[in-house]
Design a protein around this ligand. Structure first.
Ligand code: FE2
Length: 352
């Protein structure tokens, strides 16, 4: 099978998971003519199913992307936004996450799937109904929880007061009107009350800053958090200064806020992908974010979950080997998933 045929076949499987029906319309969104191979393959896959498919390519008007989360070239193109709202599903190949445009489109009932990773990563991290049911088992608990506590041997001890914001599930496909997802993924998250995060988070040596650096940290970084904001960033090596300088460069008090928090449940995701993959196929760090038994800590905006902080400074920091409770229930113990209905085939930890 040629790579194009392989891509069409994989994308068709993905669209079937998304329950794309022959009478539905699929839109593929790209920017500046980029990622045409993916766009063409998604359109071919949708047409194989019998659906109507079209592509909208918007002119590049802003840098956007993960470096400027929430600022998109689509904002300047009202006609394109209206056309996307008419589709049943939008395949986002340009990155609308954290933007008002994304919320407007999904609020109209259009479901949306973000696809950013290289083909090799997509191929390895194919979603499944099993993964979805395990993520949803987590969702049922997280929706009811009033407090999350996370500790680690490195020194993390932090609590999140929960109950204000909804739960975001990501299991790699979307078949419900208005629902957003990201392929690949396999985790869940929520945000605390804006003033409801207190304690210490230690990003340990070997933890990954998936956004913005895509690197393992070489030395520990201690964040002191009070009432939802980072008050100090310290550490024995260069990493603390690097993070501190990065956040300070936005010159924005909201950049110090604590963002989403949750844990990973994707047993196919690999912690060692940064070491193993060639730079051009390293992708965007979804392996680290989704890693089975991780804790995904993050800072910056909370607009995606319905808050008002729209700072463009967003850090995603998967932490390995933590222990996490929801109220009195142990969910992850030193990186091992504890509840049976979240475990894959009864396995607590993958250990890679
Ligand atoms: Fe994030």
């Amino acid at each position: 099978m040629s790579q194009i045929q392989e891509m069409i076949s994989l994308f068709r499987h993905e669209l079937e998971l998304c329950n794309l029906k022959p009478q539905e319309t699929l839109a593929v969104l790209t920017e500046g003519g980029e990622r045409s191979e993916f766009a063409d393959a998604f359109i071919a896959a949708a047409e194989e199913i019998g659906a109507t498919a079209f592509r909208i390519d918007v002119a590049k008007a802003t840098e956007g992307g993960l470096e400027n989360a929430g600022q998109t070239s689509l904002a300047a193109d009202r006609r394109a936004i209206e056309k996307l709202k008419e589709a049943n599903i939008v395949i986002d190949l340009m990155f609308l996450l954290f933007s008002k445009e994304q919320i407007e489109i999904t609020d109209s009932g259009t479901r949306m799937l973000l696809v950013m990773e290289p083909f090799d990563v997509l191929k390895r991290l194919v979603p499944s109904e099993d993964q979805r049911s395990r993520v949803e088992a987590g969702e049922r608990r997280l929706e009811k929880a009033k407090e999350m506590r996370i500790i680690s041997e490195a020194g993390t001890d932090v609590t999140y007061r929960l109950g204000k914001f909804p739960v975001l599930t990501e299991y790699g496909y979307t078949d419900k009107p208005g629902r957003w997802d990201h392929w690949p993924s396999g985790f869940l998250a929520t945000s605390a009350f804006e003033d409801g995060v207190n304690g210490v988070v230690v990003i340990d040596k070997g933890d990954i800053i998936a956004q913005p650096f895509m690197e393992y940290m070489q030395d520990p970084i201690t964040l002191i958090i009070k009432d939802g904001y980072i008050k100090s960033i310290e550490g024995p090596g260069d990493s603390a200064k690097r993070i501190s300088d990065y956040i300070a460069s936005f010159n924005d008090p909201d950049a110090y806020a604590i963002s989403h928090i949750g844990w990973g449940l994707n047993e196919l995701a690999r912690w060692d992908y940064l070491d193993k993959a060639e730079p051009e196929i390293r992708g965007w760090g979804m392996d680290a974010r989704s890693f089975y038994g991780n804790v995904l800590f993050s800072t910056g905006p909370n607009v995606e979950l319905g808050g008002t902080n729209n700072t463009p400074c967003h850090l995603d920091i998967p932490l390995k080997g933590c222990t996490l409770w929801l109220d009195d229930e142990l969910i992850v113990e030193r990186g091992v998933v504890i509840p049976k209905d979240m475990q894959v085939s009864g396995v607590g930890a993958q250990g890679i």
